[in-house]
Design a protein around this ligand. Structure first.
Ligand code: ADP
Ligand code: TRP
Length: 325
């Protein structure tokens, strides 16, 4: 199956992103034909500066490669390197009623928050549909917040097929189930917008400081503690082996250990877990040519497929195919 996933270049990845979606997403490349791209055209809808977007694209490329995106198994590219996707957006726009886009909840939410929308933001779902349909993807792993975009994609594909013939298969969504909501250091859901994150690639001593500051209740050291109500325990669950987790569960319930002990062990586990990825990330930082080469090789493979689809579409609507022009 062809699995396609768009990655927003939206800044530093945190532990919640990793265990909430990214790890499950990357696992799909083992048994499928993985297509992963950096959604840089989409990122322009929020008008970042050129320096900012350039850096974020590079960061997200290195993050994903370091955390296991395997360019030998999967195709990995920058969305804007295959500009056929922008052309397909136009064809889809012409069969899409305005009302469909006006009902889009991610758009309505942003407007409700006071954002003054540009046309790019309004047509965001058409560009996303083009991402998916250009490569005739079978499966699209997304968080629940993106489900409506997939419904809109199927709607646009169907409208196009009805008008011009069966060009696009209808993609299925694959909702990435989070293991659990990962708490941030203040106990709320870990999120960039709350400023309570532990970033995967921040310096180890800064990770340590943050873990030591995770909010806990004031149960004294001797007293029994409820692991199910503890933010530290919720994080231990992500990293500990089942045996070690059972031990911590028992230690909590018996009392006699402080939250500080659990935090110290958690720091070690986080470091051990991410150390190989951290080293890989360092290697990539010292080898940016290699990162660029991977992205360009991916773009070539993606472009070959994109061009074919665009020519089918051009023919179907009555325009001249590009062929080798
Ligand atoms: P943020 O809230 O930091 O802006 P995003 O909304 O960009 O994070 O999240 C990207 C993906 O990571 C989503 O699919 C979401 O399911 C997952 N995710 C983010 N934060 C958490 C969390 N604290 N726990 C579990 N999953 C999370
Ligand atoms: N909209 C997606 C997000 O915010 C990113 C994205 C863009 C995407 N194009 C895509 C995801 C195509 C899946 C398929 O996370």
């Amino acid at each position: 199956m062809r699995v396609l996933s768009g990655i927003q270049p939206s800044g530093k990845l945190h532990i919640g992103n990793y265990f909430g979606a990214m790890r499950q997403n990357l696992k799909l490349q083992d048994e499928n034909e993985g297509f992963y791209f950096i959604a840089d055209y989409h990122a322009l809808t929020s008008n970042p500066t050129s320096d900012d977007i350039r850096q974020r694209i590079l960061d997200v490329a290195m993050d994903y490669l370091a955390l296991g995106l395997d360019p030998k198994k999967s195709v990995f590219w920058r969305q804007s390197d295959v500009s056929e996707v922008a052309e397909l957006t136009w064809f889809l726009s012409c069969v899409t009623p305005l009302g469909l886009l006006q009902r889009c909840t991610t758009y309505k939410d942003k407007v409700a928050q006071g954002l003054s929308p540009n046309l790019g933001l309004f047509t965001y779902p058409a560009l996303m549909a083009a991402d998916i349909l250009l490569f005739k993807s079978d499966l699209v792993p997304v968080g629940a917040d993106q489900k409506q975009h997939l419904e809109m994609t199927r709607d646009m594909a169907q409208r196009f097929n009805n008008a011009y013939g069966e060009i696009f298969p209808l993609p299925k969504d694959y909702i990435l189930e989070s293991v659990a909501v990962v708490p941030g250091i203040d106990g709320r859901k870990m999120s960039k917008s709350y400023g309570n994150t532990i970033e995967i690639f921040e310096p180890e001593n800064s990770v340590k400081k943050k873990v030591m500051s995770v909010v806990t209740d004031s149960t004294p050291m001797e007293s029994p503690k409820d692991p199910d109500k503890c933010n530290v325990f919720a994080m231990l669950k992500l990293f500990a082996s089942p045996e070690e987790l059972a031990e911590w569960d028992q230690k909590y319930r018996q009392g006699g250990i402080g939250y500080g002990h659990a935090k110290k062990r958690l720091v070690e586990m986080i470091h051990d877990y991410f150390r190989p990825y951290r080293e890989k990330r360092k290697d990539l930082e010292n080898n940016l040519d290699e990162v660029e080469r991977i992205l360009q090789t991916g773009a070539q493979r993606a472009r070959a497929i994109g061009r074919q689809t665009i020519d089918e579409v051009r023919k179907a609507v009555g325009l001249c195919p590009m062929g080798n022009r």
